[in-house]
Design a protein around this ligand. Structure first.
Ligand SMILES: O=C(O)CCC(=O)C(=O)O
Length: 276
């Protein structure tokens, strides 16, 4: 493990609000837009273009300004909200350079190396992907399937799957950071444009369990949040899994919120009128 390299102090961090946190639990991702401006993002892009080869894990040493992305108050705030205030950056990182003509990847989860940890009932690890240029639909945006972090166990069969009804194609503005639960199914899509697309992926881990919400929690919102977590429709899942999906969301909330917990429940989904 490497120690946290984020320089944003706890006070500077712009934490997620309740609504954003619940959306993260339901969908497994959030897109954070930074306010660096063209000069900063263009500067990173130009430095990437000048690299003689892919420095692999050494990308941060090769381009130290990338550290500013992950310590930006909104990025550090989102990471602290889902991983606790003492989260840390993992040592593996990767620069994806997608040239015009790069084909799409297969759906996948990352390998679970080192201290990265899968958990459908908690947030222990996340991916954070920074895009130094606008990414239009034809430039190979990252695709993901919301809600799949709640069912990571089917991951060994996903490579040959095609399009999903509810997939998200994350077209983003330059400077955006896509933060996903480690277990969200994702893939780079084809770059059919004439432009190179860069994405730099960093990985972050939880260090300790939180005893209270680490986001901008408003106690008066609790009832509505509990209701949303247990009733909002997310990814279309089979009826038999709907109860498990909701209970996993609730357990994820309970793990993130420390003492403020919602009860998980059993209900008989099969009782009722005969199908027409
Ligand atoms: O290139 C992308 O947008 C996605 C890359 C990816 O799937 C990964 O780094 O695991």
């Amino acid at each position: 493990m490497t120690s946290a390299t984020t320089t944003a102090t706890t006070q500077e961090r712009v934490l997620l609000n309740d609504e954003q946190l619940v959306e993260f639990i339901i969908n497994g991702y959030i897109i954070v837009e930074t306010d660096f401006g063209d000069e900063f993002n263009r500067g990173i892009f130009d430095q990437l273009e000048a690299l003689p080869e892919n420095p692999g894990d050494g990308i941060l040493e090769a381009i130290p300004a990338l550290g500013d992305v992950y310590s930006h108050p909104k990025v550090a705030g989102a990471l602290a909200s889902v991983l606790g205030p003492d989260y840390y950056m993992y040592q593996h990182r990767h620069c994806h350079r997608n040239m015009p003509g790069t084909p799409s990847q297969m759906w996948h989860l990352d390998g679970g190396a080192g201290t990265m940890e899968r958990n459908p009932e908690h947030v222990r690890s996340v991916l954070a992907m920074y895009y130094p240029q606008d990414v239009a639909a034809n430039m190979g945006p990252t695709a993901l399937i919301p809600g799949t972090h709640l069912f990571p166990s089917s991951a060994d069969r996903i490579a040959s799957y095609g399009n999903f009804k509810d997939q998200i194609i994350a077209t983003v503005k330059a400077g955006s950071v896509l933060i996903t639960h480690y277990d969200v199914w994702h893939a780079g899509t084809a770059n059919t444009s004439d432009n190179v697309r860069y994405m730099i992926k960093f990985l972050f881990n939880r260090l300790s369990d939180t005893t209270k919400p680490s986001w901008d929690y408003k106690p008066e919102a609790a009832a509505a949040l509990g209701n949303k977590i247990s009733t909002a429709s997310g990814a279309p899942v089979t009826r038999a899994l709907a109860g498990l999906e909701k209970n996993r969301r609730i357990r994820m909330w309970n793990n993130l919120a420390g003492g403020i917990s919602f009860p998980t429940e059993y209900w008989d989904r099969w009782k009722g009128p005969w199908p027409a």
